[in-house]
Design a binder for this molecule. Structure first.
Ligand code: IMP
Ligand code: MG
Length: 187
């Protein structure tokens, strides 16, 4: 894992960067249960398609649908926006298309984190062309101070300050997605 992993202080030192514990596994799992309960209520009598944005959302989405109690379907698609950087490139590319037909369906886009909102705006534009019955967005995290685009997030796990975070699906240069909890970069 990291070059130095200070387990005693629970710090994660990655090169010159120091990450500290930010959300525990328990906090994350408890909140996911609440979100799943809310979604199960809201989509009673419906069969939504959860559409995960790869790669970051896969862990969140897996835990989310395990707690959903209604019938649902699942698909993924892939965008690239960050490259290996901690700062958004401001550009988004589609790398993997959907396999399912969203025409007339209730879809729930699932993200790991909404930062500027560019990815969600781009995704919503793509999906609206395919005539879904409804589109909602569910994100584990969002950074309200960073939001630059006019988008609506219907289900938010945690609103967080403008800090770079890793773990629970979120990467830094493709690593650390496997951490069970979330760590934040210190200033
Ligand atoms: P946006 O398009 O600016 O809203 O950025 C959203 C995407 O950037 C997310 O799907 C993440 O993949 C990535 N991202 C944004 N903030 C972070 C972070 O703090 N850590 C890791 N990835 C992030
Ligand atoms: Mg992502």
């Amino acid at each position: 894992m990291s070059e130095v992993n200070d387990l005693k202080n629970k710090k994660l030192v990655i090169g010159d960067d120091v990450f500290v514990p930010f959300l525990t596994e328990e906090q994350i799992q408890n909140r996911i249960k609440e979100l799943a309960e809310q979604i199960s209520q809201d989509y009673k009598e419906k069969i939504p398609i959860f559409i995960g944005v790869l790669n970051g959302a896969f862990i969140f989405l897996a835990d989310l649908i395990k707690n959903v109690t209604i019938d649902c379907e699942l698909d993924f698609f892939k965008l690239s926006s960050y490259g290996d950087s901690k700062i958004s490139s401001g550009k988004v590319r589609l790398l993997k298309e959907l396999n399912c037909d969203v025409n007339g369906r209730d879809i729930i886009i699932v993200e790991d984190i909404v930062d500027s909102g560019l990815s969600i705006k781009y995704i919503e534009e793509i999906f609206s062309k395919h005539n879904p019955k409804s589109i909602r967005v569910c994100s584990l995290l969002m950074k309200p101070e960073s939001l630059k685009y006019d988008i609506k997030i219907d289900y938010i796990g945690f609103k967080i300050p403008n800090k770079f975070v890793i773990g629970f699906g979120l990467d830094y240069a493709q690593k650390y997605r496997n951490l069970k909890s979330i760590y934040a970069l210190t200033d």
